[in-house]
Ligand binder design. Structure first.
Ligand code: VGL
Ligand code: ZN
Length: 237
């Protein structure tokens, strides 16, 4: 029976199921993982400047262990990394008289103003999950003029390498989790769905900036056809 299953998998996956550990493919789809913005500045563990509630060391370890498990199963793991210049438009300090977490309009678009965070090359811009687990970590938010919650593109419409890299690796379905549910996880998951990937978000491996926006984000993702599951063991790949 087991041999039969393996032969069947090999057939639906084009014969690569056993040969290449980078091709975990069930029901004919190749699955990748996108770990979003697991960086010091978003965590309480590292006293981050934009620390999200619930991001203690135990949470980061939970995310790291889940990522290790998925990598060991042969899934390809990708990451995103918020990577801002010091003069970034999203920092309240670059808008005299404005306060952190205040929303303003810039060119007709709502911009939430954040404490300076994830400044290129600073300690707390590091990705906390073991960097060796990633096939690639895509940096975003490098343009001082535009924010970039999504790992796929910034608010100015400039695309990152994410879609190209996923396509290069034949990925058709992605498992997405990280920080923050209501901003970068949501934007990355929605853009992945819009780009044609099947998307699963693991809620228990995410933390949100605020309860209201987090609930709204989970609802919006579900409405857009994204599968939201509580924990990794509920993911069917
Ligand atoms: C994020 C706010 C500002 C995030 C990034 O990773 O969700 N949030 N920059
Ligand atoms: Zn940012």
């Amino acid at each position: 029976m087991k041999t039969m299953m393996i032969i069947l998998m090999a057939l639906v996956c084009g014969g690569v199921f056993l040969a290449d550990p980078g091709n975990v493919c069930l029901a004919g789809e190749k699955v990748g993982v996108i770990v979003v913005d697991m960086q010091g500045d978003f965590t309480q563990w590292k006293n981050g400047s934009l620390a999200v509630a619930g991001t203690d060391q135990a949470f980061v370890e939970k995310v790291e262990n889940a990522t290790k498990t998925l990598a060991q199963k042969g899934l390809l793991v990708f990451g995103t990394q918020d990577w801002h210049p010091a003069n970034h438009v999203s920092f309240y300090t670059n808008h005299p008289g404005k306060k952190p977490f205040q929303a303003i309009k810039i060119n007709g678009k709502t911009q939430v103003l954040w404490p300076p965070h994830c400044i290129q090359g600073t300690q707390n811009a590091r990705v906390l999950v073991n960097n060796n687990l990633f096939l690639a970590i895509v940096k975003k938010g490098k343009n001082p003029k535009y924010d970039s919650y999504s790992g796929f593109q910034d608010d100015g419409g400039d695309r990152t390498e994410m879609d190209k890299i996923l396509k290069r690796n034949g990925i058709q379905k992605v498992i997405v989790y990280g920080i923050a549910t209501d901003y970068c996880v949501k934007a990355t998951a929605v853009d992945a769905a819009n780009a044609g990937y099947k998307v699963t978000v693991v809620e228990g491996l995410c933390k949100g900036v605020a309860p209201k926006t987090t609930e709204a984000a989970l609802k919006e993702m579900k409405e857009k056809g994204i599968s939201v599951v509580k924990e990794l063991d509920q993911v069917t790949i």
